[in-house]
Ligand binder design. Structure first.
Ligand SMILES: [Zn+2]
Ligand SMILES: [Zn+2]
Length: 63
């Protein structure tokens, strides 16, 4: 069951990536994190935490 296409870049802020700047996840070129590479240590992005992502885009739409 895929709710979203793979490889999305996601962010917890409404704009910019200040939260992402201070988290341990690997970053995409735009400064957001790749949804599939979030790390367990990250309280903001790890998928099992199921926090709301306020912005996202596909790699094709990046930058
Ligand atoms: Zn993170
Ligand atoms: Zn991006």
């Amino acid at each position: 069951m895929a709710l979203q296409p793979p490889g999305l870049h996601v962010g917890r802020s409404w704009s910019g990536h200040e939260i992402e700047d201070h988290c341990p996840c690997p970053k995409a070129p735009c400064g957001l994190v790749r949804q599939e590479t979030t790390v367990e240590e990250c309280d903001e992005h790890y998928f099992l935490n199921a926090r709301a992502m306020r912005q996202s885009h596909t790699p094709a739409a990046c930058l």
